[in-house]
Design a protein around this ligand. Structure first.
Ligand SMILES: NC(=O)c1ccc[n+]([C@@H]2O[C@H](COP(=O)([O-])OP(=O)(O)OC[C@H]3O[C@@H](n4cnc5c(N)ncnc54)[C@H](OP(=O)(O)O)[C@@H]3O)[C@@H](O)[C@H]2O)c1
Length: 247
């Protein structure tokens, strides 16, 4: 009876995670949406064990309320320590607010800050607050949704370089992943595994219509990676094809 938590689940890759996970009635699924988000598609596919909880990852108070709600109302059903824990945490919510042709000599500070809030601070606080609420299984698998654009090595070879601000935030998310993998274990989750994931270039609102990969194929690949993770995989960067990506 595994419990999954998918952050940013009303559309795109997050919605497809839910679609594939509800196929197994044993799965408990916590699916997050922003308060004002259109959740019609998510409601349509939800199973009786799918719990929709509001969370705006750009707002630290919202992430705090979300983690309290999950611990009290979903995992334990009452105040007090959680009796059920999250086995798989998929931190998927992300924004790409960078103009495609932006370069590092014309970075828009407002856009960069907005992307850091969602792509870096949000994932940090989601894990921190769920850990504080003792909501994570000792062998929790955490997937931070990164991008090939977050890879130093791949970016150095890329031509032309695109979406510079976004790529900086995904590189920061990769570094966060490295720290989280060590820190969860240091705080007692001795079998926790934290990874960064490159989903590929996928047809979603963010990826656009010309993306070569269908969401169903990317998600099937990522779930295979997630379910196959070993303890030694802690602090790794994978693609949805299961192959390691360079940091
Ligand atoms: N598609 C690709 O080719 C591609 C490639 C590399 C990496 N990625 C990464 O994969 C993840 C999912 O991307 P996608 O393609 O599915 O993008 P998408 O179609 O734009 O969906 C983004 C999701 O993130 C949610 N979100 C955005 N800001 C949020 C916030 N402040 N709080 C909570 N949720 C928020 C959105 O909710 P709303 O509906 O409320 O906005 C939506 O559910 C992102 O992290 C993205 O960077 C995607």
């Amino acid at each position: 009876m595994p419990t999954y938590c998918i952050i940013g689940a009303n559309r795109g890759l997050g919605l497809e995670f839910v679609r594939q996970l509800v196929a197994s009635p044993d799965n408990t699924i916590i699916a997050t949406v922003r308060p004002d988000a259109d959740r019609a598609d998510l409601l349509e596919i939800s199973s009786p064990t799918t719990y929709i909880v509001e969370c705006d990852t750009s707002s630290v108070p919202s992430v705090h309320i979300f983690s309290n709600t999950v611990a009290r109302n979903v995992l334990s059903g009452a105040d007090g320590p959680s009796t059920t824990k999250i086995d798989f945490l998929i931190v998927n919510a992300g924004v790409n607010g960078s103009p495609r042709d932006e370069d590092s000599l014309m970075l828009n500070p407002v856009l960069l800050s907005e992307q850091i809030a969602v792509n870096v601070v949000g994932p940090a606080k989601v894990l921190e607050f769920l850990m504080d609420r003792k909501a994570l299984s000792p062998s929790v698998r955490v997937l931070n949704m990164s991008s090939s654009l977050g890879s130093m090595e791949l970016s150095a070879q890329m031509s032309p370089r695109v979406c510079v601000g976004y790529s900086i935030t995904k590189a920061a998310l990769n570094m966060l992943t490295v720290h989280q993998g060590h820190d969860l274990r240091a705080r007692g989750l001795s079998k926790a595994v934290v990874i960064a994931m490159d989903p590929g270039w996928v047809k979603t609102r963010m990826g656009g219509e010309s993306a070569p990969i269908e969401a169903k194929d990317s998600i099937a690949g990522m779930l295979k990676v997630l379910h196959g993770l070993k303890e030694d995989d802690n602090v790794s960067f994978f693609g949805s094809d299961g192959k390691p990506r360079p940091w």
